[in-house]
Design a protein. Sequence first.
Length: 345
Amino acid sequence: MIDPQLHDSRFLRAARREPTDTTPIWIMRQAGRYLPEYMAVRSKVTFLELCKTPELAAEVTLSAQRVLGVDAAILFADLLPILEPMGLELEYRPGPAILNPVREAADVDRVSELEEMSELGFVFEAIRLIRRDLPADIPLLGFAGCPFTLASYAIEGGGSKNYIHTKKLMYGDSGAWNALMSKLTASLVRYLKAQIEAGCQAVQVFDSWVGCLSPSDYRRYVLPHTKALIDALPADVPVINFLTGNPALLPLLRETGGNVIGLDWRVDLKDAWATVGHDVAVQGNLDPISLFADIDTLRDRAQAVIDAAEGRPGHIFNLGHGVTPDMDPEKVKALVEMVHEMGQR
């Protein structure tokens, strides 16, 4: 059973659409290069070494929550290491690159569904260390990439503007596409369940690249798999379902499930909440570049997001995507303080 202090935390109350004393806030990529505390650790190791060393991953997770004063910690990890034990060769150059990408049906056959999680044990050990040292009223969020985003990395071999290889396989061989997505979905279910068992109180699933699809393509090629992922997770653990890049997908995102619908900055929060329904919580959705504005402008823009929620229980403040690496950490701290001040009930 969850600890009463965690159960009554601002974040988890908001995820259940219960009243809170003020609007809770956490920030995507809150442990990142903009923080001196992070860079003090990162300067000594490679990015992958940081991800795979539980003590260091725990240190940067805990320090980010502490120095920012946010209402949740999020595990420091990366979306892609789950692909390594599935048979894909991963390097960071410094951006991620898949050295043996999946390009045709025969390549899907060499991708292995994860049956057990031993090769990702560093993730679960980091979670245990973080949960041990987090304040008793601060939830820990786990996360994973959604099947489409991971499939796109596996197929493209890295970043992409047009997703030509991904869509070529998706449109041209639905059998191979569904086989790959099914392997990813089953593996992600086990991975996220293991994160929860290790000590996470909620999880966020990121579909960072799915905005490249039309609603009809999302419904046909993505929705069944993401829905299967979310449906398989424990019903008593909040799931934040987040995509970015295409507000036209929001009604379908709601169909895929989740207790909290994550909103990027390309949509008005009031309108988006009405679109997905007030029977779910929402997260977001300040444009991350707002943090480059002067303090008064930042305050006005944060206030506009809070006003759009209309005081309704179930709003978790966040950026519409991750904080940028060149951000002034003092601005991020100021935003957290603003939200707590302006969101008081």
